[in-house]
Design a protein around this ligand. Sequence first.
Ligand SMILES: CC(C)(COP(=O)(O)OP(=O)(O)OC[C@H]1O[C@@H](n2cnc3c(N)ncnc32)[C@H](O)[C@@H]1OP(=O)(O)O)[C@@H](O)C(=O)NCCC(=O)NCCS
Length: 163
Amino acid sequence: MSKYNIRNTVEEDFLDIAEISSFCPPMINERNSIYHIFTKFFKSTSLVIENKDKKIIGFLVGFISPDNPQEGYLHQLCIVSPWRKKGLAQNLVEEFLNILRKNGCKKVHLIINPGNKKALNFYKKLEFQINNKGKEIIVNGFKTSKNYDGPGEHKLIYTKILD
Ligand SMILES: CC(C)(COP(=O)(O)OP(=O)(O)OC[C@H]1O[C@@H](n2cnc3c(N)ncnc32)[C@H](O)[C@@H]1OP(=O)(O)O)[C@@H](O)C(=O)NCCC(=O)NCCS
């Protein structure tokens, strides 16, 4: 990890994050304004990872639920492809989970598209558990929450209990 630095976002990071997000399919890239909201209003739970030249090579955006402060939500995570498979995403998630624990969170949630096999493998390795809600439908061999994000948008809900 010494070649890399993880830090909380600052507001000015949002355009770099938006640019990286365009290299992260099958993850959907959000509008710039969404990344701006995370880097400005959720900076204590949003992270970037920089290489030795201080260039941002990955990010994680998440938050602690204001309505249920014992629960966190990991919205998006991406590492630019040349830096993948080096454990950097795992480092970002572990840092995020530690921030949640320090703030008294007991659980973290995220939503995955059943077409995103890399992400499914990644979160399985990190011991997230499937925690679907409502009716289920099998997509690409995975049980998903039917229409979770609207008609035809079937998703896997992953939860991890924080100890
Ligand atoms: C998913 C993603 C974040 C993983 O980043 P990464 O830095 O390569 O992941 P890590 O190196 O920390 O991998 C940790 C573990 O996850 C699993 N994993 C990661 N990439 C994998 C792949 N391509 N295929 C299978 N397993 C994979 C492995 O078990 C790996 O551990 P190992 O190397 O000891 O076997 C990255 O592929 C990515 O940015 N994808 C595009 C964006 C995206 O889909 N984000 C997730 C949804 S928001």
